[in-house]
Ligand binder design. Structure first.
Ligand code: GLU
Length: 404
């Protein structure tokens, strides 16, 4: 006899919980028990939301922005989002071509859930953000994982894309700068992918641009629909305020794309969460329309931290990492530790064992690379102050030196 608890939705039952949140929760538990953990696991800026944005939220409450907005977002925010896409990305967007969701995650989930059926395929280049394949799974479709090796800069090549497309392909997901590798696609790399996509008009593209403003060394940012405007009619370009304006908790994501797709996503959202938080929407308007000083400052800080981390990590025996071009993650190869035992005698058979032992024994939290589709690595988020990062690397070094 099956129990009530076994009667879950079968797509949900087959999905994994979010790997990032599993570790974030584990850190919270250990901290509640009194442990002093340095957490390099959560992908969120450590800065406070800028003061003018916080003030806009306080004003919003006082001015009565406390009721439902339209499901697709307030007209004022959608105008600001459209202006952002025109100004920063060169996309031809009116406010009706936008949708606001409760975080970037909801944009992606809505898009996949609104369009996928059983048997459909989604091309997910690996390493990938942990939630893409699970969201595909929740929609009953199938992820076609294309492993992108370090030799291609962890980026999808046109040949690999062409080989992965089948008549059942519904979506390709491109995330630049990438979580977890920090890889950034250049204009020419996107151009070459666009040439392949132009030959396959049945494929939709999800451009996850959430780390747009975190690109280092003065490299420019490009998004696919900008590089090839003919793809705009089948590209969902998504972004949000979380990473650019240190607003992860405010939960505002947005997108532009073909109106039929936005309408389907809005229909789904209207039966689910309705419009995003009205106060957060007012704050997001202030973010998009206000000073960009914060973006410039945080980019400089993250670039400096990146350089610090790459140097420190590469000095640790058993670890090696490339220099990421963007985001705030180092994706370090930890194969030098695999097969060894930790100081307390744990066998480090996998990257997950490495991450777990590092947390349990040396109080540093990172996320194992296999959660991102590439084992033998760990993702290290360097969204912390320099002193904590230096201390974390010292602990990782001690951990590594204690292995046998
Ligand atoms: N995107 C962030 C990360 O990768 C936040 C956690 C999540 O939603 O997965 O750490």
């Amino acid at each position: 006899m099956t129990t009530l608890a076994q009667h879950l939705n079968r797509n949900l039952a087959a999905a994994q919980p979010s790997a990032t949140y599993v570790i974030i929760d584990r850190v919270a538990q250990r901290r509640a028990q009194g442990a002093k953990i340095i957490s390099l696991c959560a992908g969120e800026p450590d800065f406070d939301t800028p003061a003018h944005i916080r003030q806009a939220a306080k004003d919003a409450i006082d001015q009565g922005h406390t009721r439902y907005t339209q499901v697709a977002g307030s007209r004022a925010l959608r105008e600001a989002v459209a202006a952002k896409f025109r100004r920063e990305n060169g996309l031809r967007v009116d406010w009706q071509d936008t949708l606001v969701c409760s975080g970037g995650k909801q944009v992606i989930y809505n898009a996949l859930a609104a369009t996928l059926n059983e048997g459909d395929e989604v091309i997910v280049p690996a390493p990938y953000w942990v939630s893409y394949p699970e969201m595909v799974q929740l929609s009953g479709a199938h992820s076609v994982i294309v492993t992108c090796e370090v030799s291609s800069g962890f980026k999808l090549t046109p040949a690999a894309l062409a080989a992965a497309i089948t008549p059942r392909t519904r979506w390709l997901i491109i995330n630049s700068p990438s979580n977890p590798t920090g890889a950034v696609y250049s204009y020419h790399e996107l151009r070459a992918l666009a040439d392949v996509l132009l030959q396959h008009p049945h494929v939709l593209v999800l451009a996850d641009d959430i780390y747009e403003h975190l690109i280092f060394d003065d490299q420019p940012f490009y998004t696919l629909a900008q590089v090839e405007p003919r793809l705009a009619e089948r590209t969902l370009t998504m972004n949000g305020v979380s990473k650019a304006y240190a607003m992860t908790g405010w939960r505002i994501g947005f997108a532009t794309g073909p109106r039929w797709l936005l309408a389907a996503m809005e229909k789904l959202q209207g039966q689910q969460t309705s419009g995003a938080c009205s106060i957060s929407q007012q704050a997001a308007i202030a973010a998009l329309q206000g000073s960009k000083d914060f973006i410039v400052h945080s980019r400089e800080v993250f670039q400096r931290r990146r350089d610090l981390m790459v140097d420190l990590l590469n000095a640790i025996p058993g670890l090696h990492c490339e220099t990421p071009a963007g985001a705030f993650y180092a994706f370090a190869n930890c194969q030098g530790l695999i097969g060894k035992t930790s100081a307390t005698g744990r066998l480090l058979a996998t990257d997950e064992d490495v991450a777990l032992a590092l947390l349990e024994e040396n109080d540093v939290a990172v996320v194992h690379g296999s959660a991102f589709g590439l084992g033998g690595h760990v993702r290290i988020a360097y969204a912390l102050d320099d002193a904590s990062l230096i201390q974390a690397c010292e602990s990782i070094k001690q951990f590594s030196q204690g292995t046998r």
